[in-house]
Every structure is written in structure tokens, then in C-alpha cells.
Design a protein around this ligand. Structure first.
Ligand SMILES: C[S@@+](CC[C@H](N)C(=O)[O-])C[C@H]1O[C@@H](n2cnc3c(N)ncnc32)[C@H](O)[C@@H]1O
Length: 247
């Protein structure tokens, strides 16, 4: 698996590849068992604060039906339920080993308000207007067809519902960006390799930012997908961004 990942990481960072989706899924399957620990260490625990900021922007009403897109091991789903124990949360992800971690975490904590389903965010298996809000964390860089997923997310939200997207972004200040890039592209692959168990996966993950739109461009993609009042909150000098838009 590791050598295939190395090969694919090289291809994926060089040119667009047709089977990038399968590559992304395989990559997350490899790192699923240690994903949570790696996240906490690599962000120094700051991701917990960013997740809370994202949920504050979503501002879900009590008992809302909420969708956690690319839910992975369920971090944002559990945060949503901590925010409102009456929320009904559906997590969706196309990587079964990541979902297995989410289900196991829910089982161990006795959490019943969340379900975790296998599915692709570019073809959501839900009827129109099924949710009162949607959130996505650290995933927009990995989605092969981002515009299609934005359209799908909009489709499954009821009118007036919000979508919030938290992810790494490109800081506007050159000096700060250089410092962040040193950590992100220089330290994360090695540290992530040790903790997460796959150097090639943690080399690919930072690289996925290279071709991702910067914060203003991503906001414009939200608007093009039909979200109104699209905007973003820059955190960490713009190295982290929380985008939002209303259906
Ligand atoms: C970096 S993880 C983020 C997990 C979680 N949201 C978090 O905040 O920790 C990215 C996740 O996106 C999922 N993913 C990527 N593309 C996807 C797609 N097209 N459909 C569903 N899940 C996808 C991967 O399987 C992986 O679990």
C-alpha cells in the first residue's frame, strides 16, 4: 500500500488524475486508525478551537438536522452534538475505515445522536432540502470535483440553511505564509509520517493545498454554486479559513 501511495502522491501532485478519488479513499483508509492522534499533535490541539469557531458560524437551531460532509472519524459530528445534544447528525464519507473509527468512537462514548453513512459528497444520497445545516472539515482540498459537491450540498439544504467549510488555506501575508509553509510542507510530512504511520499520505495532504483556490476564490465558488451571502473568516493569519454561505 505504501509504495502505491508514494506513486500516486507523485502523480496527484503533478497532474490531475482520473482515479484521484480512489487514491484519496485508499490513503485515508491507510491512516484511519491513527488519524485522530495525528490531527491533535500536528495542530497542537488548535483544530478543536477552529472546529468550535466553525460551529459558532453555523449557529444551528436546537434539534436541527445537520450534515457532516466528509466526516472522517466524526470529530465535527461529535462537536455538533456537544453543542446541542438534541441535534440529529448525519456524517457521510466515502472511506469505510474512517467511518468505522467514527462508529467505534460513538459506541464507546454512548453517543446515539449521530449516524455515519458511506457515500460520495459529489453525489449525495439524500432528497432535496433534507437538512437544516451542513458542515465540512479539512476536506475541501481532497474533493476531486469541488464545484459539483458544492451544488450537491446546496441541493440537500433547505432554503435559508447554512453551509460552513473549515479548511487549511493560503495566508495573504507573504512572510507568514512562508513560515506556515515551512511547517506545513516541511515538518508535517515527517511528523505525520511518524505519528500517522504513512509519510506518503502526510506528504500528499499538504500538497493538496497547492491547487486549491485561495480564500477569496473559494468564496466566489460558493457564490457560483448558488450560495448567497458567501464569505469567510480567516484564522491563524489566513492559514485556516472558515467559509460560509446560505442556501
Ligand atoms: C482530512 S479528512 C477530514 C475528516 C474530518 N472531516 C475532520 O474534520 O477531521 C478528509 C475526509 O474526506 C473524505 N473524502 C474525500 N473526498 C470525499 C468524497 N468525494 N466523498 C466523501 N468523502 C470524501 C476522506 O475519506 C476523509 O475521511
Amino acid at each position: 500500500m505504501e509504495s502505491k501511495l508514494e506513486e500516486m502522491a507523485e502523480i496527484s501532485t503533478g497532474n490531475p488524475v482520473g482515479d484521484k478519488g480512489a487514491f484519496v479513499r485508499d490513503m485515508f483508509a491507510t491512516i484511519a486508525p491513527r488519524y485522530d492522534r495525528a490531527n491533535r499533535v500536528l495542530t497542537g490541539g488548535l483544530d478543536e478551537i477552529w472546529r468550535r469557531r466553525a460551529i459558532a458560524l453555523l449557529a444551528p437551531a436546537k434539534g436541527a438536522r445537520l450534515l457532516d460532509l466528509c466526516c472522517g472519524t466524526g470529530d465535527l459530528s461529535f462537536h455538533l452534538l456537544r453543542h446541542d445534544g438534541a441535534a440529529r447528525v448525519t456524517g457521510i464519507d466515502f472511506c469505510e475505515p474512517m467511518l468505522a473509527q467514527a462508529r467505534e468512537r460513538a459506541r464507546r462514548a454512548g453517543i446515539e445522536g449521530a449516524e455515519f453513512l458511506e457515500g460520495d459528497v459529489t453525489a449525495l444520497p439524500f432528497p432535496d432540502e433534507s437538512f437544516d445545516g451542513a458542515i465540512m472539515g479539512f476536506s475541501s482540498r481532497n474533493i476531486v470535483d469541488l464545484d459539483r459537491s458544492l451544488q450537491e450540498i446546496r441541493r440537500v439544504l433547505r432554503p435559508g440553511a447554512r453551509f460552513v467549510n473549515l479548511d487549511v488555506s493560503k495566508a495573504p501575508n507573504r512572510l507568514w505564509k512562508r513560515a506556515f509553509d515551512f511547517y506545513f510542507y516541511g515538518v508535517v510530512p515527517t511528523l505525520g509520517g511518524w505519528i500517522g504511520g504513512s509519510k506518503s499520505a502526510y506528504s500528499y495532504l499538504p500538497q493538496s493545498l497547492v491547487n486549491h483556490p485561495n480564500a477569496p476564490a473559494l468564496r466566489d465558488r460558493f457564490t457560483e454554486a448558488g450560495f448567497r451571502d458567501a464569505g469567510y473568516l480567516a484564522l491563524m493569519g489566513g492559514s485556516i479559513a472558515v467559509h460560509y454561505g446560505t442556501r
